[in-house]
Design a binder for this molecule. Structure first.
Ligand SMILES: [Mg+2]
Length: 255
């Protein structure tokens, strides 16, 4: 895998010759560095906000933020007018059939998690209404092993309507019909001109399904640890910010 900036001439050509561009950005770990809890992550800083506003002012660019956060939370940390926000891995903001049975099963799973997880384990459950995120960033290896056993047991009782999505130090229990960023991004691209160049930037396992559906897109993994389907990588959110400014420069030159 290549560092994106080492291949910049190639990337610049692809961008400047594209008639339309769809820019998909993940939020946590991609635009914003991780904090111990998602609630501690600060909203976009002024530099990022400026560059994203500039990008969204470009006629041939469609901008999307695709996050695992629920939409109402995403709106608080990404106060952008011209980017479309897609919450819960693309489910919120696109398609919303009702998920009555799944909601009932998630309530059951929440009850079982409260009974099964030890309060001392530093594993905690975030209730996103249509999903339960079991965060283990702060837990010890032993607690993670025990926590995983609890989650596995619960999964057996709520499958197949509920499935597991592995995130960055988080196990997420979701309705199976919320099938991840790949299908969501496919649905968005199906509504855009065929000549659109898709760009996707993301850091975790939940972004891999999006990388897979755009084999000719500009796929960028953030971080150096994970095996990934992306073609390029950037080291951290700081480099993502640099990339966005470079992208803005190319688009403005080509205008
Ligand atoms: Mg992320």
């Amino acid at each position: 895998m290549q560092h994106l900036f080492n291949r910049w001439p190639q990337v610049r050509n692809a961008v400047s010759s594209a008639k339309h561009i769809a820019l998909f950005l993940d939020f946590d770990g991609t635009l914003a560095p991780f904090r111990r809890r998602p609630s501690q992550v600060k909203p976009l800083g002024p530099t990022l906000q400026t560059v994203l506003e500039r990008l969204s002012g470009c006629d041939r660019l469609y901008g999307y933020i695709v996050s695992g956060r629920p939409l109402h939370q995403l709106r608080e940390v990404v106060p952008l007018r011209n980017f479309k926000l897609l919450g819960l891995h693309g489910w919120e903001g696109l398609r919303r059939p009702s998920l009555v049975k799944e909601l009932r099963l998630l309530r059951k799973a929440k009850r079982l998690l409260a009974e099964g997880l030890s309060p001392e384990s530093r594993i905690w459950v975030e209730d996103k209404h249509l999903a339960l995120a079991v965060h283990y960033r702060e837990a010890s290896a032993r607690d993670i092993r025990q926590g995983w056993e609890v989650v596995e047991d619960i999964l057996r009782t709520v499958e197949p309507s509920i499935h597991l999505l592995q995130g960055e130090k988080v196990w997420e229990l979701l309705p199976r019909r919320i099938d991840g960023k790949g299908p969501a991004v496919s649905a968005v691209l199906a509504g855009l001109p065929r000549s659109t160049l898709p760009i996707f930037v993301g850091d975790s396992m939940t972004d891999e399904s999006a990388f897979r559906i755009m084999p000719r897109g500009l796929t960028i993994h953030v971080g150096e640890k994970l095996p990934t389907q992306a073609r390029f990588y950037l080291r951290n959110p700081g480099e993502v910010r640099t990339f966005l400014w470079k992208l803005d420069g190319v688009l403005r030159l080509a205008q």
